[in-house]
Design a protein. Structure first.
Length: 760
């Protein structure tokens, strides 16, 4: 929200008060509290009739410093609050040297000179990362009596800002106004389904604003050298998170707010849906599944979208008897074909549903201040909201889902949860404004906890659309309702990379686009991109996404890239394990992997898939693609062609290839089985070695298929014309040096050491 009129003036009706100096302090070994008047005080009489800000500073975890600024402390805080599972005992240490106070945590220090004008400096690595100066701490009131707390942190020359959730606006957020406010706005506007009040910059730090309600950001868009964030409240709390690398920032941020659960490995395979408003029944489902099998396209998950339930009755979790007369039998038949089952749900209850009367009678639905159930006709006629702040309502809702699990459903697509009203009362007394963003968190948490309890640790999985801070704990999230053209494909990728820089480890999107029908060219290119994402789902709105609807070549492309993803499963599962333990996403913006390369700072049409694969999707009809290659010799995994960076390159690709480049000195583990996402990965694994320099070493871990850990480990070391390999694997394995047509060295079971020729 903009408060000023240019640099000198305030906007009409608004009055600002900023911390000016330190009038008093209270400090112990771990925390310090600063008392800041909003004008210079030179004599006692000036302490009257003027605000005094209370600024508390502490560290919840190493490398993180919190600042809480309060104007009037007597306001009631009804909640909700973000859970911070990583916040522990005071991790900071306070030191005083004359007028200077320092709070240090890890390598991050907050410094304030109490004899100077107001200035909070966050220092690490011998330099000031950012600071809150003359207008950096304060509040604004307006003519209607609204009260806003604000913070401003300085931006350095050339400093770029990323994150703030899954945003489809330009990837670098400088110059943008961003409101953290959940909205069902598609993928082509400034609105977002996943709004996260966390940003990071290319200067070694991130900032998390700990407020679940609306947070308004001006990212160099009001004061061009500042990131401003404001909330309508009497208090504002934020955490500065030190890296110094972007990966380390995400590790610390997700340690504080929660790490992603590890999705089951079977979810890595291809998902197919009924699509949304299309006509379908059990015969249609069978035709789709049989059609995929007949064309040699392995399918892992089948998803039933909205109309598996009866019209006007979403969500009552009852199969439509006209189209699915024997749901348990049907699901059993599908599971006998090796498929997992996903079902669409949302947290809304239509008036025609029997659940509406039950929920209203028991007090499980959100109510207006007059006691009536909140309803509207948008989406479903007479729709009401489940009140997840009521433990009994949560149990009631998840109890209905348990019936579906007993029938054979494996996971749920948790759709919607964004358009939450603010003129309502919540069971636990939560503030409606703060609950607007937070509602989706309670929804996804309830469903995920049920799946974890019923299916076991490591088997819980959502396909969720909306989220807020901490929502990364309940994967997977997908990009929402996009159009079916190349621009929409690019904006989806941009949003996914932004979400990855906001602490989310896993992300997917509707292959082919949701709204409209893609051209065959768009479909084939989106298939490539989708099957080189962490999770892959074919889905549409008014048209199906079975590949034969887009031509025989689309069938071939879908088959080829599905088989490729199955072979990449051990590599992808290792990246998933890494996301689970560190918070570093599977799909990574180039700046995350190459923070010291200035050319990587703004790239949003390519990404790293795990540590070692660069993917540059093709967004053109003629196959032309421009992308950036970082330093070193990179090898196209599909063609064997090499390109040496740093440089920009332009290529033209048919529909069977794209830039999929292996990093220099990398070793990619490929499963022998290309028919399933889960197989005995270590048995017959192929290690593909790319541009290994003399003296290079690399360790490859073959992960478990059913959770954290590993099944085998290989260590490779090149010395001149030889490549020495040691392993603890009891299985046969293969090694290929270079592209797909290079010589394969096959080693029998029990080979724990091998010395192989490395070509000049």
């Amino acid at each position: 929200m903009k408060f000023t009129d240019g640099y000198w003036l305030m906007r009409p009706g608004r009055t600002a008060r900023y911390a000016t100096e330190v009038a008093d302090i209270h400090a112990d070994d771990h925390r310090m509290t600063l008392y800041a008047p909003v004008k210079h005080v030179s004599r006692r009489g000036q302490t009257l009739n003027s605000p005094l800000l209370t600024v508390e500073c502490w560290s919840p975890a190493e490398g993180i410093i919190g600042v809480r600024t309060t104007h009037h402390a007597g306001s009631v805080r009804w909640g909700p609050e973000f859970a911070l599972p990583g916040a522990g005992a005071d991790a900071g240490k306070v030191r005083r040297d004359g007028a200077v106070l320092e709070l240090s945590s890890g390598e991050l220090t907050l410094r304030v000179d109490t004899e100077q004008p107001w200035l909070l400096e966050f220092i690490a690595d011998g330099r000031v990362l950012t600071s809150a100066g003359e207008r950096g701490t304060g509040f604004v009131t307006d003519a209607e009596g609204r009260h806003y707390m604000l913070g401003q942190l300085s931006l350095d020359v050339g400093e770029l800002v990323y994150g703030l959730g899954e945003r489809f606006t330009p990837f670098v957020k400088n110059g943008q106004t961003v409101d953290i406010w959940q909205a069902d706005g598609g993928t082509s506007s400034e609105q977002a389904y996943k709004n996260i009040p966390f940003h990071l910059t290319n200067r070694g730090y991130g900032v998390f604003v700990n407020h679940p309600g609306k947070v308004s950001y001006e990212v160099g868009s009001e004061s061009v050298g500042q990131v401003q964030f404001s909330v309508e409240d009497q208090s504002l709390e934020y955490f500065v998170v030190h890296g110094p690398t972007p990966k380390q920032i995400l590790e610390r941020y997700t340690a504080l707010t929660g790490r992603p659960a590890l999705p089951p490995a079977w979810a890595l395979g291809l998902w197919l849906t009924t699509s949304f408003t299309t006509d379908y029944d059990e015969a249609t489902v069978g035709r789709f599944i049989d059609g995929m099998a007949e064309r040699g396209i392995p399918l892992s998950v089948f998803h039933f979208d909205c109309f598996w339930m009866r019209a006007y009755q979403w969500c009552d979790f009852v199969w439509d008897p006209e189209t699915f007369p024997d749901p348990a039998g049907m699901l059993n038949r599908l599971k006998q074909q090796g498929l997992r089952i996903s079902a669409w749900i949302n947290p809304y209850i239509a008036q025609k549903s029997a659940m509406f009367e039950e929920g209203m009678r028991e007090g499980y639905l959100v109510r207006r201040p007059d006691g009536s159930v909140w309803q509207w006709d948008l989406w479903q006629p007479g729709m009401a909201l489940v009140d997840f702040t009521n433990p009994a309502a949560r149990d009631w809702y998840t109890g209905k889902l348990k019936t579906l699990l007993d029938q054979g459903v494996d996971c749920f697509k948790t759709d919607f949860g964004e358009r939450i009203p603010t003129d309502v009362l919540w069971h636990d007394g939560s503030d409606p404004e703060r609950m607007h963003n937070y509602y989706t968190h309670l929804f996804n948490q309830a469903v995920f906890d049920l799946l974890r309890a019923e299916r076991g640790e490591g088997e819980a999985l959502l396909f969720a659309r909306s989220a807020t801070a901490g929502g990364q704990q309940y994967p997977v999230h997908w990009g929402g309702d996009c159009e079916s053209h190349f621009n929409a494909m690019a904006e989806s990728l941009r949003g996914g990379l932004s979400l990855g820089l906001s602490g989310f480890g896993f992300w997917s999107h509707d292959i082919g686009g949701f709204e409209g029908t893609p051209t065959p060219a768009t479909f084939k290119r989106w298939v490539q991109f989708g099957l080189l994402s962490s999770h892959s789902r074919l889905h549409g709105s008014k048209s199906y996404r079975v590949p034969w609807d887009y031509g025989e070549e689309a069938v071939d492309v879908t088959r080829e890239f599905t088989l490729l993803k199955h072979r990449l499963a051990p590599y992808l599962q290792r990246a998933a394990q890494h996301a689970h333990t560190t918070g570093v996403p599977v799909m990574r913006a180039m700046v995350l992997e190459f923070p010291d390369d200035p050319a990587a700072a703004t790239l949003d049409r390519q990404y790293m898939l795990g540590d070692d694969l660069l993917v540059a999707p093709v967004f053109t009809d003629d196959g032309t693609v421009e992308y950036y290659v970082p330093e070193g010799t990179w090898t196209n995994v599909l063609t064997g062609a090499q390109v040496t960076g740093p440089r920009w390159t332009r290529e033209q690709h048919g529909f069977h290839t794209l830039p999929l480049l292996a990093r220099p000195d990398s070793v990619i583990a490929l499963a022998a089985d290309d028919q399933h996402p889960v197989s005995a990965w270590a048995d017959g694994v192929e290690l593909r070695v790319h541009a290994f320099a003399d003296g290079a070493e690399h360790t490859v871990v073959i992960p478990n298929t059913d959770g954290p850990g590993e099944t085998a480990r290989f260590h490779l070391r090149r010395r001149g014309g030889h490549l020495h390999v040691t392993t603890d694997s009891p299985h046969p394995w293969r090694l290929r040096i270079g592209g797909p047509n290079a010589t394969v060295h096959t080693q029998p079971a029990g080979t724990s050491e091998a010395d192989l020729p490395y070509p000049a």
